[in-house]
Design a protein around this ligand. Sequence first.
Ligand code: C5P
Length: 403
Amino acid sequence: MQSLLNKKIVLGISGGIAAYKTPELARLLMQEGASVQVVMTEAAQQFVTPVTMQALTGNPVFTSQWDNSISNNMAHIELSRAADAIVIAPGSADLMAKLSLGLADDLLSTLCLARDCPLLIAPAMNKQMWEHAATQRSVERLRKDGVTLLGPASGFQACGEVGMGRMLEPSEIAEQVIAFFQKKTLLGKKVLITAGPTFEAIDPVRGVTNHSSGKMGFAIARAALEAGAQVHLVAGPCDLPTPLMATGLITRINVVSAKEMHAATLAVTDCDIFFAVAAVADWGIAKPAKEKIKRNGKEAPNIEFVANPDILLDFAKTVKTKGGKPHPYCVGFAAESADLEKHADEKRKRKGIPMIVGNIGPDTFGSDLNQLLVIDASGSKKIAKAEKLQLARQLIQLVAKKI
Ligand code: C5P
């Protein structure tokens, strides 16, 4: 399902070179189901044309407060009334200064002043302009007025300098706009997540691992962030991008072996919910060879395995009670090839955790789709087949109710 279905977004563009990325942002918002109405300042039209934006969005672009194509001749009122949010990208220093003072001398600034919907701005400017006390005053005032700032990031700038003030990438802005519309059921909560496989080295070039892609764990990380939580993600070897990284609300620790994952997870002492999603190898290699094992003759080497520590079991032993409820609240995952409900519930009891989530196979590995069986002391509940992000959002809502 698209994450911005039926959302009406006014996309404001002000004058800055980062405007060359805004057409891509419009496309990403539309791919998620939003309808996009573009409003451009005069300066913005020096960088990207209204024709480009009209062709992409399928809607005429508004550039003037004197536009008489709207029946009551009040574009600023009509456009802001219809919107679920106004997103401005790029937000220039000039526009931000104007908005922070409540000035309204063109269509975009006027409709921001006339709005009764949220305003999100992705600033973009040269680093000196961003760091200038006047801009920082605007930022502070805008935040106080309830405006959400998306970024900026630090990096290479069109002026040749490197520093703060770069507009976030369109994909990062879209990710944050999507997050903005999700229910904030975990506001202020801290969530710990293990994700992906582990890799147990046999020698420097070989090892034992499994089919876990990390997609489910990363989707839970994203859904938790969307719900307002701060996330600590302990990831086994997988090359997935860190979700919502630009928010600064996620820390990611990359590990390789189960032992490393155990140490990195048990080191976290302050969290409210723990999702153990990683497919941790049950056995590690007793004595990994320091050098590559040579193929001398035909004999296959005898590889001795040793049991790995059980991260979830050990973590669950540290759980205390807070307000009559287990704290942190632990959620395990189970992938079974037969009798899912029975085996998963046995696992839940053995590990001493309140909830376990069964992956209803067999085609979950690496797939963007999954279906889940959520089991706790009160019974089981199926979450129907959907994209992993949709399932993760539903699971987050279920867990939020428990804590
Ligand atoms: O491997 P098993 O089927 O027991 O995994 C069930 C749950 O336990 C999963 O949530 C998994 O992440 C967790 N687990 C763990 N440490 C292990 C093995 C599994 O945290 N060594």
